[in-house]
Design a protein around this ligand. Structure first.
Ligand SMILES: [Zn+2]
Length: 135
């Protein structure tokens, strides 16, 4: 499942506007969201006043069911708090695991990679390094 919502965003010019931000993307179910990431368009908004386009940094979950990857992308300025974020992601992962039917639990235990990256650019680099291609 992918989740997103409208959020109030403030541009550098002072204008506040509503924009759509994704919080999580299941790129197996929605390959167009993977494409958005690869194109550098994920969570990029356009200010209606000055027309500047910019990326809004919010914690973002990239979930590839096929590749068995659960990747959390945190804003770059969170990098100093790596310990806290690792603990949080671990907590969220355990919550996910708690809801997994016992029959497929071994898949999650043995096959899934839980990865934490800082900055959407890091995700793009990671995907390219792993041979993920644009569709
Ligand atoms: Zn603006």
């Amino acid at each position: 499942m992918s989740t997103g919502g409208k959020t109030n965003i403030t541009c550098g010019c002072g204008q506040t506007f509503e924009g759509w931000l994704w919080q999580s993307a299941n790129v197996t179910a929605s390959p167009e969201l993977r494409q958005q990431v690869l194109d550098g368009e994920m969570n990029v908004v356009k200010c209606p006043s000055c027309e500047r386009r910019f990326h809004v940094e919010v914690p973002f979950l990239y979930h590839d069911v096929e590749a068995r990857e659960w990747i959390w992308v945190y804003p770059r300025d969170h990098e100093q708090k790596t310990g806290d974020i690792h603990a949080r992601v671990q907590e969220m992962w355990e919550e996910v695991m708690g809801k997994v039917p016992p029959g497929v639990r071994h898949v999650f235990d043995n096959e899934y990679r839980v990865i934490i990256l800082f900055g959407m650019d890091a995700l793009v680099l990671y995907l390219r390094a792993n041979g993920v291609k644009s569709t």
